[in-house]
Design a protein around this ligand. Sequence first.
Ligand SMILES: Cc1cc2nc3c(=O)[nH]c(=O)nc-3n(C[C@H](O)[C@H](O)[C@H](O)COP(=O)(O)OP(=O)(O)OC[C@H]3O[C@@H](n4cnc5c(N)ncnc54)[C@H](O)[C@@H]3O)c2cc1C
Length: 355
Amino acid sequence: MSRVVVVGAGIAGLAAAWDLVRAGADVTLLESERRPGGVIVTERRDGFIVEGGPDGFLAAEPELPALAGELGIGDRVVAQRARGSSLWTGTALEVLEEGRAAALLGIEARGADLAAGFRSFAGGMAEPVAALAERLVSNLRFTQGLTGIAPAREGGAWRVALTGGSAHEADGVVLALPAYAAGRLLEQVGVAGARTLAEVVYAPSVTVSLAYRAGQVTHTLEGTGFVSAPNAGGLVRACTYASTKYPGRAPDGHMLLRAFLAPAEGDPAMLAHAELAPILGLRGAPLWSRAFHWTRGLPRYPAHHAAHVAAVRERLTRLAPLAIAGAGYDGAGVSACVRSGREAARLVASRLGVP
Ligand SMILES: Cc1cc2nc3c(=O)[nH]c(=O)nc-3n(C[C@H](O)[C@H](O)[C@H](O)COP(=O)(O)OP(=O)(O)OC[C@H]3O[C@@H](n4cnc5c(N)ncnc54)[C@H](O)[C@@H]3O)c2cc1C
């Protein structure tokens, strides 16, 4: 049986491991943290569903519904309930054309795909993560960070070294890591051009969820939220009316807002509430708040990125089976990450002759 090590249990690595297991490979999925999902984090609190990272995926993209169907949770996919969004000019909220908010936030997608809106899961974006982790429970190893990779001296094709000094031998490897981590590892095995991957910048951001009683929000909230104009001033880049956008995000009679902030000094929840209060007519303090700090959040691809990635992948074909997957290469959206994980699994499986 071919032994494959998948590194990184974000959505890309989970999708890769799932396909490799089903293809009949002996899969070990290594994750440096204590939980699966990477930047996908959903928490429950007092009947609210709080997203730390992504809150949905493009409805036009089939990858998540297809995966959910395979995992038996296809009926958990939910559509957005509200449509449309606004622009905060610094003095007023103005209605934005459909799809413009996503474009202003730098979400790269075709206009028609953006116009089709977003979907999520009834229990939040961690639902497919949990379903995958449950099926991969015997393959998953937490707190096992990869520190190095080298050709094996005997036996398998690769030897992967882990924090704590242990090592695994493998016939094939999928690196489903952020590009800065994968790039450094590929440099160790002499892949020319790997340094350019290590240079993909992941922008920092902070998401703050704020819970209110419905009566505390005195303005009528139109659409799914707003994006701040670049010259609007302030720290809030965007705000999602989470409990208006998707069903079940807040208990009856309550509202959940989520603000995206530029990193700044001070308590992000207080900063977000203070800025949102006059815009949305918030009265009194939030019931509670939850901030997530993403020191390296969404990747921003440099010029000629696709060509660099293609060149690295071409060089990888000359080595023993080794593939890269994840947000750093072919699109940062959750659907693109699932696609790239599955493609990496297919590549490694076909090189190993696993059906
Ligand atoms: C705040 C925020 C909001 C977003 N909103 C949306 C959205 O609404 N819709 C959408 O489609 N996309 C959104 N995205 C993008 C999308 O969520 C991510 O691009 C995607 O989930 C990344 O998945 P991944 O598997 O490639 O990487 P990650 O989730 O980063 O997973 C990589 C994993 O590798 C592990 N790891 C790292 N180094 C090692 C090592 N040395 N050894 C072992 N394991 C290691 C990490 O712990 C992590 O678990 C958002 C992202 C952020 C940050």
